[in-house]
Design a binder for this molecule. Structure first.
Ligand code: ATP
Ligand code: MG
Length: 440
């Protein structure tokens, strides 16, 4: 892509920069986004990584032979254009180039994606659909959110750290593990970095990562992928409130970055920025699981028996009462993972928190203070039907200088879906993987 602002060696500007220049001679290049024409004029809307721009090719200006070439241009052909730019309110992006010369770089013959195609067809042609303005807008917002996550933790003394993707044990429940043939042995794809991050907090204390996690989720829902990008943090000397504060802080930072840099992309996606603003300006309501059951009963007429995990429909109802994410804490010990630390004096509930996004986008963060007592950890693993073998390395974290610690995992695609207002989590990642789809 051309460099912003300066143009390339050959003098090409990005479309955004050409429009910023606004008048005079420009050279731009990109792909045909739309085309229509008559016997003497061809209108080509050109697309690049930054925007779209109408280019008008007149027979008078380029000559008979070149015009014949322009006439044959189809959607997604690539070309270089030299001409004069000027403002034109009727043009799709407000500017128009009167073309003086052009070069077709790569032809395109009957691009398979036309109007009104089914979501499944667009997934089959995902490698081409990535070129759409919708996907381009999502990819830009997604990249900003990755950057903002790193920026938040880099700015607070955390170190980016990486765990292995081949792991010998489970962390989030054996049923969603992907087994992998590992030479003559069997290993599993990472569900989380956590059991490999905990050992490292004794070295650097404050860590974060953004890496793929793999979950063999059998249920097909609009919020589960089998491969997703998991932004996680873990730190020594953590207390439960601090973990929640960081979760809220990083989400605010990510949403603020999108609002600051991506007004245009939100508009392309039809996403009203007003829906996101409260999440930057207002504190996230925090409530215990027990309080959440009361609210569900009183305000939503939904009865959940104490001890049952919140289901999607209950989370959705609850989330609709608020215009920011909410933080639900102190879930029953029995429904949460073996490593969550119980509340002091209340072994029946844990210092665990789920952040639930507004508008029915579901859980975006799961976090907790970690159990430090080795015997409790072992018992809870056994209670969950796991064998202790393979965990010895992890148990060492509680044998040598154990300290209070904790962290959380944030599903990047869940947050991207919510921020972009997407119908399906599949559009929050370039090539989605689900139980029924692993190509292209
Ligand atoms: P859920 O109940 O929604 O399946 P979970 O309790 O299994 O979530 P955690 O194990 O706490 O989730 O994982 C941390 C975060 O990772 C979640 O808050 C969510 O944002 C994200 N996440 C979990 N599973 C998936 C998945 N299959 N696809 C995309 N994101 C996921
Ligand atoms: Mg899950």
């Amino acid at each position: 892509m051309t460099t912003e602002g300066k143009g390339t060696k050959e003098g090409f500007l990005t479309i955004a920069d050409a429009m910023k220049q606004g008048t005079g001679a420009v050279a731009v290049r990109g792909w045909v986004y739309r085309e229509r024409g008559s016997a003497a004029v061809k209108f080509v809307v050109l697309r690049d990584g930054t925007d779209i721009l109408q280019c008008v090719i007149k027979k008078d200006a380029v000559g008979e032979e070149k015009f014949a070439e322009a006439d044959k241009l189809q959607v997604e052909a690539s070309l270089e254009v030299h001409g004069t730019i000027k403002e034109d309110k009727r043009a799709p992006s407000g500017y128009e180039v009167a073309v003086e010369s052009f070069t077709v770089v790569g032809t395109s013959d009957q691009f398979p994606i036309t109007k009104d195609q089914s979501p499944e067809f667009l997934l089959d042609k995902r490698h081409l659909w990535l070129r759409s303005r919708k996907m381009q807008a999502i990819l830009k917002i997604r990249a900003t959110m990755f950057h903002a996550f790193r920026e938040y933790f880099d700015g607070r003394g955390f170190l980016e750290y990486h765990s292995p993707m081949f792991q010998a044990t489970q962390c989030e429940g054996g049923s969603s593990l992907f087994a992998v043939k590992y030479f003559d042995a069997v290993t599993y794809l990472a569900q989380t970095w956590q059991l490999y991050a905990e050992p490292a907090i004794f070295s650097y204390e404050k860590l974060y990562t953004i890496a793929p996690s793999f979950r063999a989720e059998k249920s097909k829902t609009s919020r589960h992928l089998t491969e997703y990008w998991h932004a996680e943090m873990e730190y020594a000397w953590a207390d439960f409130k601090g973990i929640q504060d960081h979760g809220e802080g990083v989400i605010k930072h990510m949403v603020a970055a999108v609002l600051e840099r991506h007004r245009k992309e939100l508009e392309i996606l039809g996403r009203d920025p007003k829906k996101l603003e409260p999440s930057v300006s207002k504190p996230f309501p925090r409530m215990t699981y027990t309080d959440a059951l009361k609210i569900l009963k009183e305000q939503c007429k939904m009865h959940v028996e104490w001890g049952k995990d919140l289901r999607t429909i209950e989370e959705d109802k609850l989330s609709q009462l608020y215009d920011t994410p909410i933080i639900v804490t102190e879930y029953p010990t029995a429904v949460k993972a073996f490593y969550m630390k119980a509340v002091d004096g209340h072994p029946e509930v844990v210092q665990g928190c789920d952040f639930i996004a507004p508008e029915g986008y579901g859980e975006i963060i799961g976090g907790s203070a970690r159990e430090t007592d080795l015997e409790v950890l072992k018992r809870r693993l056994l209670d969950a039907g796991e064998k202790l073998e393979g965990y010895d390395y992890y148990f060492d974290t509680r044998r040598y200088g154990s300290v209070p610690h904790g962290g959380f995992g944030l599903g990047m695609e869940r947050v991207v879906s919510w921020v972009c207002g997407l119908d399906s989590i599949k559009d929050a990642i370039p090539f989605p993987r689900t139980p029924l789809r692993w190509t292209p």
